[in-house]
Design a binder for this molecule. Structure first.
Ligand SMILES: *Cc1c(COP(=O)(O)O)cnc(C)c1O
Length: 363
């Protein structure tokens, strides 16, 4: 059994993937070739966001967004401690301070009711993360941000394809950033990512920052990075888009089936809100004695993972950068969360097997 099954996906899409790759090898425009714009147009259409700018990774998408917004030394950016390290890293890289706000105990997403208290005169942006495939409470977050004139960047690395009140993730705030890391819901075969926005000026800034702050060839008007996504990786995502809608349907169906089984066995799990879809990038439960359960499940061939074992404000490097905010909910969750196999090729039988064994080990 696989935690994430990329092999079955490759078998299903083999011909399209090979044709797409072949095409790039033939035309030879490896950097900013035609597939780059083709993918950007397709994803822009898919999300409804006016602009899509592909970049070299999800991390780079966040970094370029913050540079485009002008975040700099001494600024503060509000985010969640319960996420992958990238979210806070890009803030710190620019000399700004990540300000960690605690999360909701049932969705594990940032708690919108705690954000306003964390805003100071130095606050320059808010980065909620749509964790495990479910969009954070962006209506509430956008409303608070509007009140203080702050931009909101949705870290949608895990939620591409999810919906929030009828809008697609990546198109629910000032900027949306996603990742095409192979194991994400829409992955390439290397590193890749994208920035989404409806703002012409932020899109223009992001495009320039992506290529060394270049306005036109050898005219550099900003400090930028080398942050382009390869033509080949864009070609691979284009091939994967062919069955992406089906994959999303599968994910939702399998996630709901997991929910039903967990509820039957009384196992605590991440909850989903009725006004949005989760695409279950991860299927995550909350358990006591996690180490024992991990060992027992691994032993019978069920792979598990922990997202994430340490909240970022407890990581050595961020303890010194931040004020060591107290985020008790994130701290408690980090001891309990455990993610189970989840991908579009998981079967109902496999789910029964996973949950019945988990339930027996819990007892
Ligand atoms: C994966 C991930 C990222 C980083 O994406 P990369 O493409 O690996 O750089 C950022 N934030 C979250 C929440 C992620 O899950």
């Amino acid at each position: 059994m696989k935690f994430i099954d990329l092999e079955n996906q490759y078998s299903a899409l083999k011909e399209s993937i090979h044709t797409r790759i072949q095409c790039v090898l033939e035309h030879g425009r490896y950097i900013l070739g035609p597939e780059v714009r083709e993918l950007e147009d397709r994803l822009s259409l898919y999300t409804g966001a006016k602009h899509c700018i592909t970049v070299s990774s999800g991390t780079e998408a966040l970094l370029i967004s913050l540079i485009a917004l002008g975040v700099k030394n001494g600024d503060e950016v509000i985010t969640t401690p319960f996420t992958f390290v990238s979210t806070a890293e890009v803030i710190a890289l620019l000399g700004a301070k990540p300000v960690f706000v605690d999360v909701e105990h049932d969705t594990c997403n940032i708690d919108a009711t705690l954000i306003e208290n964390a805003i100071t005169s130095r606050t320059k942006a808010i980065i909620p993360v749509s964790l495990y495939g479910q969009v954070a409470d962006l209506d509430k977050i956008n409303a608070i941000a509007d009140k203080y004139g702050l931009p909101v960047i949705e870290d949608a690395a895990q939620s591409f394809g999810a919906e929030y009140k009828g809008k697609k993730s990546c198109n629910v705030s000032t900027i949306g950033c996603t990742s095409f890391f192979p194991s994400k819901p829409l992955g390439c075969y290397g590193d890749g990512g994208a920035i989404f926005t409806n703002s012409d000026s932020l899109a223009q800034a992001s495009r320039e920052i992506r290529v060394h702050g270049q306005q036109k060839r050898y005219v550099h008007t900003r400090i930028g990075v080398g942050g382009r996504m390869d033509t080949l990786q864009c070609a691979i995502v284009l091939a994967k888009l062919e069955q992406f809608d089906w994959e999303i349907e599968q994910r939702i169906e399998l996630g709901e089936n997991y929910n039903r089984l967990m509820d039957e066995h009384g196992i605590a799990r991440v909850q989903q809100r009725p006004d949005r879809t989760s695409i279950f990038a991860q299927y995550t439960v909350m358990v006591a004695e996690r180490t024992r359960l991990q060992e027992a499940l691994t032993q019978i061939g069920i792979p598990v993972a922990v997202h994430y074992p340490v909240p970022l404000n407890q990581q050595p490097v961020y303890q010194s950068i931040c004020g060591g905010e107290n985020t008790p909910v994130a701290a408690a969750l980090s001891q309990k969360v455990m993610s189970l196999p989840m991908h579009p090729y998981l079967t109902l039988e496999q789910q029964e097997f996973i949950v019945s064994n988990l339930a027996s080990f819990v007892k």
